[in-house]
Design a protein around this ligand. Sequence first.
Ligand SMILES: [Zn+2]
Length: 247
Amino acid sequence: MTEPKTTQLQPMPDDWQRALAVVAHPDDLEYGCSAAIAAWTDAGREVGYVLATRGEAGIDTLEPARCGPLREQEQRASAAVVGVSAVEFLDHRDGTVEYGTALRRDIAAAIRRHRPELVITLNHRDTWGGVAWNTPDHVAVGRATLDAAADAGNRWIFPELQERGLQPWNGVRWVAVAGSGTPTHAVDATAGMERAVHSLLEHRTYIEALTDEDPETYARTFLRGNAEATGERFGGRPAVAFEVFSR
Ligand SMILES: [Zn+2]
């Protein structure tokens, strides 16, 4: 982290109505963001999820053909817990998502369909801060999402999208990156925390393959720990942090 730990995070902008979260895998949002998403849907805002893959390569003991459909089902259930019903999958391959124009076009198309003011994604940098290496899928999807927020508004980039009836949408005002090592803003996680725990718990197949700990204890300990650590920079309130890129 380049900032001193005492730097306070700013409250997230809240003059918006629609958000779209674009991430690589089932569970990427539940590992940190969903308390914020619960707070937003409570306030009557619309939030949609777009996943580049079905996470089919995420469980060593489960072959992709069986894993993909199961994780899709778990993702839909975990979205429903925090008030999200629009969940889409872009059908890129888990583990080998490539940053490039194909990915940017797919995400720009999703942004044009949903017309969000706020776009959420996951850490696009090489590390989680320090020396904890990020995964190539997160880097590719995060970067492509930051780029696609602009692509979506330009009629001359990806003209084939207009042929499919998707008109340019230049209304994205912020891209908020979760899991950043250099966050700038935060959302109070108090009201959404219990639903965030249950939202993460819907990824039961994944969690049971990951840990021998009781899944609910695991989910609660993980999410509360992160939210409380973020809270040290947000007036002591448990919080979800984002690095916000304004447009
Ligand atoms: Zn992931």
